[in-house]
Design a protein around this ligand. Structure first.
Ligand code: NAP
Length: 479
């Protein structure tokens, strides 16, 4: 019998095991550190039944009471921060602190901040007419059961992004974490169930290729799916959800362009660009993934970025010196290697990196490639790893067209001293969020989401909250 700690599913407030378990790997060592219940479609049925039974009571709670309970979940996260941070590093590999403080501390700290902020959001009744003829009110009502499916790169944070607005709006939830990183989420759901009524928040875990995800996306008892993950899986989910006409929020892949104008201070801007591209090893949806640099300072900026890549400390996330950890899983490491091999074949010059680092874990050297344009995999596809193409341009109007010539549309950035010019260019980028002199920073009150094949809908703030509701218009004639 394995000595590894075992994490259960949580259905109707109770821990539930399955006939079998699957192992969760620590990517810094390649060894298993935990086991998790291998659920199946029958567990999805049980979780949906529990969530449906809990829905009327949860939806009928006074709004202030739901707000208070969500505030209490922020306190639960805060009280358990050290344990949750440890689990985040064990399953994702990300350092406790990390490059630019993007690490396990940010993941749990962000989860707390988003939970607090979401507890304070409200969608009051909107009155669109109130006169002698009639009163017309627009009400926001919860949908019912929301199914949440999360990826492996920010497992706790993204689960919080899904769960909190769903609950705040009065829905109940069935949550399925990635089989690669289910542990922090499982522990959080266990803790949350000491605060929430049974059945309000349920967790079903499934092994690789399990029926759990498809069972959720086809389930007639689930009204909406909120999904964060790859565009390929997003397409499958949309197809599966069609039969029951589920509402969808899809936060999918990104291949964000950053455009550096020639007026920047190269030395000042280089560390910011480096962190925007390499934090969490490039495994963030809104990392900077294609860097377009004006010819006037191209060589100078490349030299700065290479110096930063060579200096950054890559290692076990529990070593306080580590700024970057391993790539989260072997398949992703092999994908990065395949894209690097393609870049070689396409004539890319590797200014640094381009190889695995020694050790049993999935470590890869931060890699900067020049000499490629659109038409190569490294520029056109999201590598989701520590490898950045730096692309030369000389005409600003032309580079906007090149940056937009991509099927993704999550984020983008303009880097410039002339903020008026930068803002004008920003609005010409085809993506859901544009940053000027920053990239990838999100906040709980500003909507975030992708256009084109980066997704459907937005998260955060009132716009995000509204996605977990349906509208009911009530018209009362006055006589
Ligand atoms: P993924 O492979 O698409 O998996 C995401 C989730 O979907 C996992 O829980 C997975 O379960 C589940 N899943 C797989 N097949 C399914 C199916 N047929 N039906 C229902 N669920 C299914 O994505 P990932 O590799 O974990 O995450 C990386 C991707 O997420 C990147 O493309 C990144 O850009 C994107 N992302 C986007 C955002 C955003 O806000 N736009 C944020 C973060 C990440 P299993 O793991 O059990 O297979």
């Amino acid at each position: 019998m394995s000595e590894l700690p075992l994490y259960s599913m949580i259905i109707d407030g109770k821990p539930v095991l399955a006939a079998t378990t699957f192992d969760v790997i620590n990517p810094a060592s390649g060894a298993a550190f935990a086991r998790v219940a291998a659920g199946d479609a029958t567990h999805v049925d049980a979780a949906v039944a529990a969530a449906r039974a809990a829905f009327p009571g949860w939806a009928a709670l006074p709004d202030g009471e739901r707000s208070r309970l969500i505030g209490a979940l922020a306190e639960v996260l805060q009280a358990n921060m050290p344990e949750l941070m440890r689990l985040v590093t064990l399953e994702t590999g990300k350092p406790q602190d990390g490059l630019n403080h993007v690490g396990a501390g940010m993941e749990v700290g962000g989860a707390i901040a988003w939970t607090q902020a979401t507890s304070q959001l409200a969608l009051p009744v909107e009155v669109v007419q109130d006169n002698a003829e009639a009163r017309v009110e627009v009400h926001r009502k919860p949908l019912g059961v929301v199914g949440s499916i999360t990826p492996w790169n920010w497992p706790l944070m993204i689960a919080i992004w899904h769960i909190m607005p769903a609950l705040r709006a009065g829905n109940t939830v069935v949550l399925k974490p990635s089989e690669l990183t289910p542990v922090t989420t499982a522990r959080f759901v266990e803790l949350a169930n000491a605060v929430l009524p049974p059945g309000v928040l349920n967790l079903v875990t499934g092994a690789a290729g399990s029926a759990v995800g498809p069972a959720m996306t086809t389930h007639p008892g689930i009204e909406k799916i909120v999904f964060t993950g790859s565009t390929a899986t997003g397409r499958k989910i949309m197809g599966n959800a069609a039969a029951t006409l589920k509402r969808l929020t899809l936060e999918l892949g990104g291949n964000d362009a950053g455009i550096v104008l020639p007026d920047v201070d190269v030395k000042a801007v280089a560390p910011k660009l480096f962190a925007a591209a390499f934090h969490n090893n490039g495994q963030t949806c809104a990392c900077l993934k294609r860097l377009y640099v004006h010819a006037d300072m191209y060589d100078e900026l490349c030299a700065e970025l290479v110096a930063l890549a060579r200096a950054v400390k890559v290692g076990d996330g529990f070593d306080p010196a580590s700024e970057l950890g391993p790539i989260q899983n072997r398949m992703q490491l092999e994908k990065v290697e395949a894209i690097a091999a393609d870049a070689h074949r396409a004539g890319g010059q590797f200014l640094c990196g381009g190889e695995r680092l020694p050790g049993p874990g999935y470590f890869y050297a931060p890699t900067i490639v020049v000499g490629l344009d659109e038409g190569s995999r490294l520029v056109d596809e999201e590598p989701f790893g520590p490898i950045l193409p730096v692309i030369k341009y000389s005409d600003v109007d032309e580079v906007i067209v090149r940056a937009n010539r991509n099927s993704n549309g999550l984020g983008g950035s303009i880097w410039a001293r002339d903020l008026v010019r930068a803002a004008a260019l920003a609005s010409r980028l085809e993506c859901g969020t544009v940053w000027v002199n920053e990239h990838g920073a999100v906040q709980p009150d500003a909507p975030f989401g992708g256009i084109k094949q980066s997704g459907i809908g937005v998260e955060f703030g009132l716009h995000g909250l509204a996605e977990f509701t349906s509208i009911q218009t009530i018209k009362v004639m006055q006589d």
